[in-house]
Design a protein around this ligand. Structure first.
Ligand code: 5AD
Ligand code: SF4
Length: 477
């Protein structure tokens, strides 16, 4: 870590030197009695960017703020504390965040007591911390992904000692078990099963911003899931950057297939998980998913590229052939399964032919959904140092071709739903028409449908009448 007067800056090179240190599991988080009054009469607003891990972290931030006596506010305007939980996965994600922080400057000028805090993955980037500290004076609190549990003391320093607080990076191997949580969903919940990532795909910033892989103890996860069931939750999603590697960092090695089975047995109606890496996706996992009706037949299987040479440069540890073999096994074992993916186009020096190999896989797999991106060089990652001969115009054209290809195939797949009756977990009525509801199928298809007197969290049978690329239309039966 680089030492600057007053604070410690994150250092990506340092972060890459993973140690085999044991993981501390800490369950002694407490809020001092006096601090519980800190937020009385004050409100907070949290703005969240990026992946589900950030969504879940924001629920922890909200949980801590509630315990400090703050009240949640619907808007940033009029709030006493604004926290922006940031994403660093691609440059455009960062630009959006910087835009929002810029907009909040006005609120700071109107109220000099306003505390604007920035946390999450951008706070773990060395270059950005300097930028945030020098160019955005309205930011009074800056903390990293490993420092969430220090929020009470950090806020105290900001509020009562008038200090600017910067706290980034503590130790690399901690798991906090008893942090408070304010769940934003009333019938769907996220459950962390592990933190960090040790895969070090060459384009990816996550192993640096979120630290080394740390699995939670199975007993703690099962306790949380049981509690969610007792509270009436209908759907949980097990979260990790790479869930199939669950347990590999623990002494008494546990595996994801066993965890998934134990979670399914608790009996929450819908169990999901994300994200799975094709590399350590075991056959046992596929069998467990097929065996339990409450494990949803939906698998997110990031491809990234369909070309073996590009995959190698990406550090993905599988080939087109082994990916397709896994895909076939999934499709042939799990009835009615849907598969989605992530794809990057324009990796440094990707040729037209290599891009065609990606299209070949897309045509074969006919994904139900795909998240497609142009390669974005992330400072400090190995891919960011590769010379790149491909111009942006070519990359944009490839992205458009890729999107057209998967969209057309997904529409065909959705059309096969027409006439079928599917079970939908209701999210609620649409804003425009109270008799039109939306919700998701077991295969994670968004359904808009006509119905009456339904509540969020109800299960309802819906007959599908029409299909679009990103959704289905139907009527409750
Ligand atoms: N450039 C573009 N896309 C990226 N992703 C991760 N890092 C980058 C990057 N540097 C994509 C991958 C990953 C998804 C979450 O984001 O496809 O699976
Ligand atoms: Fe990034 Fe690869 Fe880890 Fe996914 S598995 S978070 S793409 S390094």
């Amino acid at each position: 870590m680089k030492q600057k007067p007053g604070w410690v800056l994150p250092d990506l090179k340092e972060a890459q030197k993973r140690t085999a240190n044991t993981i501390d599991r800490i369950d002694t988080f407490t809020i001092p009695e006096a601090a519980r009054m800190m937020g009385r009469g004050k409100t907070y607003f949290i703005s969240t960017y990026g992946c589900q891990a950030n969504e879940r972290d924001s629920e922890t931030l909200a949980g801590i703020l509630d315990e400090l006596g703050f009240t949640p506010n619907e808007t940033a305007e009029g709030s006493d504390v604004i926290i922006i939980n940031t994403c660093a996965i691609r440059q455009n994600a960062e630009e959006k965040v910087l835009g929002e922080i810029g907009n909040f400057k006005r609120l700071y000028h109107e109220n000099k007591d306003l505390i604007i805090g920035v946390c999450g993955c951008m706070a773990q980037e060395e270059g950005l911390v300097e930028t945030l500290l020098t160019k955005y004076p309205q930011v009074r609190l800056l903390f990293g992904t490993h420092n969430i549990q220090e929020l009470p003391s950090m806020l105290y320093s900001c509020m009562f000692e008038g200090k600017k607080v910067v706290k980034i990076y503590s130790k690399e191997g901690e798991v906090y078990e008893n942090l408070p949580v304010h769940r934003f969903g009333t019938f769907k919940a996220w459950v962390n099963i592990m933190y960090g990532c040790d895969k070090f795909c060459t384009y990816c910033i996550v192993p640096y911003t979120r630290g080394k892989q740390r699995s939670r103890k199975m007993s703690e996860i099962l306790k949380e899931v049981q509690q969610l069931k007792d509270e009436g939750y209908k759907e949980i999603t097990l979260l990790g950057q790479n869930v199939n590697a669950y347990g590999k960092d623990m002494d008494n090695e546990q595996d994801f297939a066993t965890l998934l089975e134990e979670v399914a047995k608790i009996g929450i109606p819908r169990v999901r998980f994300t994200t799975s890496h094709p590399w350590d996706f075991s056959e046992q996992m596929i069998d467990i998913i097929a065996k339990y009706d409450n494990i949803m037949p939906f698998i997110h299987l990031p491809l990234q590229s369909g070309d073996d040479d590009v995959l190698k440069l990406m550090g993905r540890r599988y080939t087109k052939e082994s990916y397709l073999a896994l895909y076939d096994k999934i499709i042939n074992t799990i009835p009615n399964v849907a598969v989605s993916t992530d794809i990057i186009v324009g990796f440094p020096n990707e040729t037209d032919e290599q891009f065609e190999h990606t299209l070949d896989v897309v045509r074969y797999c006919k994904y139900d959904n795909a998240f497609t991106f142009i390669f974005s060089a992330r400072p400090g990652t190995p891919a960011s140092r590769m010379h790149d001969s491909i111009d942006m115009e070519t990359k944009r054209k490839r992205l458009a071709t890729l999107n057209k290809t998967w969209n057309d195939l997904a529409l065909e797949k959705n059309k096969a739903y027409i006439g079928r009756t599917v079970t939908v977990l209701v999210d609620g009525p649409s804003k425009k028409d109270e008799n039109v509801y939306s919700g998701y199928t077991d295969t994670q298809k968004l359904v808009n449908f006509k119905g009456e007197n339904l509540q969020a969290g109800d299960f309802v049978e819906v007959k599908i009448l029409d299909a679009k690329t990103f959704s289905l239309d139907g009527v409750a039966v």
